[in-house]
Design a protein around this ligand. Structure first.
Ligand SMILES: [Zn+2]
Length: 94
């Protein structure tokens, strides 16, 4: 369940864990019991792993400006292995 920050007029801010369906309802202060309104703050953007953030940014960038290939990729350095075993010639072909 998410946590929501509320502000009591007398005691100050406090955090309360409650279901999302009750997010809009006023909470009662744990100290004095007064009705406290919800405080909206910045989302926890720093909680995201930097590697995940880079991956998400790169993924979003490909949607806007995909990388353009201007030439056919060159040959790979390793040649395709060729077998000299005569039994391999009898194997079924796709
Ligand atoms: Zn209070």
């Amino acid at each position: 369940m998410p946590s929501y920050v509320h502000r009591c007029p007398a005691c100050g801010e406090f955090e309360q864990v409650r279901p999302m369906s009750d997010s809009a309802a006023a909470a009662s202060c744990p100290d004095c019991g007064a009705s406290s309104s919800r405080v909206f703050g910045a989302p926890g953007l720093r909680a995201v792993d930097p590697g995940l953030r880079r991956a998400l940014d790169a993924s979003a960038a490909t949607a806007d400006a995909p990388a353009v290939v201007r030439a056919v990729p060159g040959r790979s350095r390793r040649a395709t292995p060729v077998t000299r075993d005569p039994r391999h010639a009898r194997l079924p072909r796709p």
